[in-house]
Write a protein that binds this ligand. Structure first.
Ligand code: CA
Length: 158
């Protein structure tokens, strides 16, 4: 089975993301912790973990917790990267934390590698140009200019 060729579902990505974070922060990932983090029942988590084991993304041993396989870890690192990149980008734009979290949770599963690269590039450029970033955060300067022009000529046409 070509596990790492087929795109992973959003649910699979969220599981792998949480498992990697648990392993990185606690040193291990248990069903109970995954269930808590994803607000899903332990029975459902066990089912999913067994499915991921069958797909070759992790090794699940009931009493010893679970470890990611190379393929599972690659997918986990990929979704973790997208999550961080999108969070970083939206923070740069000055959006509030709640909006960022909500939007990133949706967007992270759907951005293509090409868009990821484009956002990476844009993020780098914006960080190097604080004046431009400031204008972006304040709103479109083009619209402001238009508004001023129309104000000076007509009253409020358009
Ligand atoms: Ca997620």
């Amino acid at each position: 089975m070509k596990t790492n060729v087929r795109p992973a579902s959003s649910a699979v990505e969220d599981y792998l993301e949480q498992i990697l974070e648990l392993i990185n922060t606690k040193g291990y990932a248990r069903v109970v912790d995954i269930a808590q983090r994803l607000s899903i029942s332990q029975a459902s988590v066990t089912n999913m973990v067994q499915k991921l084991d069958a797909e070759g993304l992790l090794k699940y041993e009931k009493y010893r917790g679970l470890v990611l396989t190379t393929a599972g870890e690659a997918l986990a690192l990929n979704i973790t990267h997208r999550h961080k990149l999108l969070t970083d980008f939206l923070q740069l734009l000055g959006l509030d934390e709640r909006t960022i979290y909500h939007d990133v949770e949706g967007m992270e599963h759907h951005v293509s590698p090409a868009t990821v690269h484009a956002i990476e590039s844009l993020t780098r450029q914006l960080k190097r140009q604080p004046a431009l970033l400031q204008r972006v955060r304040e709103g479109a300067p083009v619209a402001e200019t238009k508004a001023k022009q129309s104000k000076s000529t007509h009253s409020k046409a358009q």
